[in-house]
Design a protein around this ligand. Structure first.
Ligand SMILES: [Zn+2]
Length: 383
């Protein structure tokens, strides 16, 4: 994870980062941002390893010196990792990163494409308030007042600075503006729009774009994951989501089973079954629900196309009683376009962490009307 060639993504950005390091143009405060699950975290790690390496080269850190060995274990004494956590008074946890560092290392080692949602699930904190709290600022400022262990750079690595509360951010500003000698602050953000302008205006920012379907597919193939093509399509550039789906064995068959059931209960507007299905989905991971909606989008797209050519059955549905030839009879270009719009906004709602149960129940009713009547009636018409 600490080598620039850990993955093949973002070659241009990596080149610029290495170049600016050797030209001495690298800022002491850098922000790496872009959508989740796209590998920017591994680039940030490789950059920190390069900063601290005893024998850096144009390829990056050497991987063999004492500093690199500690970086590889995420235990380098001059790197302070800060990330969102929760307060748990009953277990004497004040919500400092230091209290969670062992678990965080495990999570990152297991999945270097970890997203905020993945981290929350890893520590069972889906219902908890996750933040980088003001006590953390005092801790950081104290750590930075010490001499560095190796005599080189001291690094503060803030993962998900969008969860810094305003007070914490204000207390850190001095260090961002006038850092101590040989101090570097690196931030890795998934949600640039939520960052405080007082922070972004003081950082040198590098944007890391969403991965392409091709990049995700190749990465899955390299890991020997089955069905890389379908998974890459479903994950929409999020490698973490793709790997999670791959880890849930038979997840594609499960998606097909859910889709078959969902279309049946939505078509017949069977409310108890719609609510039950929405509840079932709300107990799954966010990645699964999003994959389910993407899978639904693709299947509806295929249904439209199969109206214009000889219908082909999708092998993923082999274990269900779904038949494309029948389904395509209730799909036409008009209602398909409207349903796909509804699915798109449902994905956006779930990504904004709206309740899966409410989104899915509402969506099922809308899909019912679009399948049956081709329009969603206004509330008065329904009554
Ligand atoms: Zn090294």
């Amino acid at each position: 994870m600490i080598a620039f060639d850990y993955n093949t993504f973002h070659a241009k950005e990596k080149g610029l980062i290495i170049q600016s390091f050797f030209d001495g143009r690298n800022s002491h405060a850098q922000l790496f941002y872009g959508p989740s699950g796209n590998g920017k975290f591994t680039v940030a790690m490789a950059y920190v390893a390069l900063l601290l390496c005893e024998q850096p080269s144009e390829k990056g850190a050497c991987m063999t010196c004492a500093s690199c060995k500690q970086m590889a274990k995420l235990t380098h004494p001059d790197v302070h990792f800060i990330f969102p956590t929760y307060i748990d008074k009953s277990n004497d946890l004040d919500g400092l990163s230091e209290e969670f560092i062992k678990t965080w290392r495990e999570a990152v080692m297991a999945n270097p494409y970890l997203s905020f949602g993945d981290w929350k699930r890893f520590i069972n904190a889906e219902q908890k308030t996750m933040q980088i709290r003001v006590k953390e600022a005092a801790y950081i400022n104290e750590k930075l007042s010490y001499k560095s262990f190796y005599g080189g750079y001291k690094v503060v690595f803030i993962w998900l600075p969008e969860l810094l509360n305003t007070e914490t951010a204000n207390k850190l500003l001095k260090n961002i503006e006038e850092p101590e000698d040989k101090t570097v602050i690196i931030m890795v953000s998934e949600r640039y729009g939520l960052l405080l302008p007082t922070i972004t205006s003081r950082m040198q920012s590098v944007y890391f774009p969403r991965l392409t379907e091709e990049e995700v597919r190749k990465a899955l193939e390299a890991k020997g994951v089955g069905n890389p093509e379908v998974l890459a399509q479903l994950a929409e550039g999020n490698l973490s989501d793709a790997l999670e789906l791959a880890a849930q064995s038979d997840s594609l068959t499960e998606l097909a089973t859910y889709f078959t059931l969902w279309m049946r209960v939505s078509y017949s507007v069977n409310m108890p079954e719609i609510i039950k299905l929405s509840e079932d989905l709300s107990k799954k991971s966010r990645a699964f629900t999003i994959a389910f909606l993407q899978f639904s989008l693709q299947t509806i797209r295929q249904a439209v196309l199969s109206n214009f050519r000889t219908s082909t059955e999708n092998p993923i549905f082999a274990n269900t009683d779904f038949k494309m030839v029948n389904f395509s009879k209730i799909i036409n270009p008009e209602n398909a376009w409207l349903i796909m719009n509804e699915l798109d906004s449902a994905v956006a709602d779930i990504e904004r962490t709206c309740s899966v149960k409410i989104v899915m129940t509402d969506l099922s009713i809308r899909v019912h009307y679009l399948l049956k009547r081709g329009i969603i009636p206004k509330p008065l018409d329904i009554l």
